[in-house]
Design a protein around this ligand. Structure first.
Ligand code: CP
Length: 304
């Protein structure tokens, strides 16, 4: 069975601890991809826009010594002539990749194609609609754990929770690794009741001061305007950027990016000493290198 970092696969504590340990070894140059794996071919298939995720996967391939093809499905592809995402994905699978890293809009037919038992490829989820972004959650944990020397913290995620795959992946990973996630959503940008029951946030705050008082790590999110039309719906919001004066001396600030200065957080906080934002970017390469190497080593149901 090929490796799949997609819903309901490879999601146990031992797997994520192995991935974090591998990322640490890669960062300290204590891991080199075995020669026999360097012949493997990687396809990066992106149906949705990306900067840091796609570029960090590309850099991870370069660092590991792997050959990759990076493919963006945009107006210059046959999607513009009406080819469906599932047919584009089927086409891509013919090129003989061993591992496909994929970002896409959440789509049950695509998910079914990924889980098709006839697939010989492994898959890594590089962001799947509003549903999931597990490599981002992993690199976030890696980044705060470097700073506080523990996987466990109180993570407050604030802003547009409703459309956030990062928030959903953190809520799932928190249940596996044992950290706490509190949510401070904009009005009308909450999870549905069903999702709250499934994803089990530790706390859902209404009061911003209380939320910040509870948190150790504060993660701001961008309003995902590409997923709603502010002018024609009830989904309007008044950005209240996180400000330095609201923070305690011990607070750490994170943002998965892309960040909008003075909308998600005060511009000065981006480069502030409390900010782990650029560490998240750098660690993205190490964590994604770790996941690629583990995917290539994967044999059947276990990791070598
Ligand atoms: N965090 C994140 O996924 O950023 P990109 O959309 O730039 O890849």
């Amino acid at each position: 069975m090929p490796f799949k970092l997609f819903k309901a696969t490879c999601q146990n504590r031992a797997f994520f601890e192995t991935a974090l340990d591998r990322a640490s070894k890669i960062k300290s140059e204590a891991y080199i991809l075995p020669e026999e794996l360097k012949t493997k071919k990687i396809g990066l298939l992106f149906f949705e826009p990306s900067s840091r995720t796609r570029w960090s996967f590309e850099k991870a391939c370069i660092n590991l010594g792997l050959t990759y093809m990076s493919s963006v499905v945009d107006a210059n592809t046959s999607a513009s002539k009406g080819e469906s995402a599932v047919d584009t994905f089927s086409l891509y699978k013919n090129y003989g990749f061993d591992l496909i890293v994929m970002r896409a809009n959440s789509d049950q037919m695509l998910l079914d194609s990924i889980h098709d038992t006839k697939n010989k490829h492994s898959f890594i989820n590089a962001g799947f609609g509003e549903d999931s972004h597990p490599t981002q959650a992993l690199l976030d944990v890696f980044t705060w754990s470097e700073k506080i020397k523990s996987l466990k913290t109180k993570l407050l995620i604030m802003g547009d929770i409703k459309h956030s795959r990062v928030a959903r992946s953190h809520l799932r990973l928190a249940q596996i690794l044992g950290y706490q996630v509190g949510l401070l959503p904009y009005n009308n940008f909450e999870l549905s009741k069903n999702e709250e029951d499934e994803l089990k946030p530790e706390l859902i705050f209404k009061d911003r001061a209380q939320a910040l008082d509870w948190a150790s790590v504060v993660m701001c999110l961008r309003a995902q305007k590409e997923r709603f039309k502010p002018s024609s719906s009830s989904l309007n919001y008044s950005p209240e950027p996180l400000k330095k004066e609201e923070l305690k001396p011990s607070h750490l600030v994170m943002h998965p990016g892309p960040f909008i200065r003075d909308e998600d957080l005060a511009s000065e906080l981006v480069e502030d000493e409390k900010s782990l934002i650029f560490k998240q970017v750098a660690n993205g390469v190490h964590c994604r290198s770790a996941l690629i190497s583990l995917a290539l080593e994967y044999e059947g149901d276990s990791l070598r």
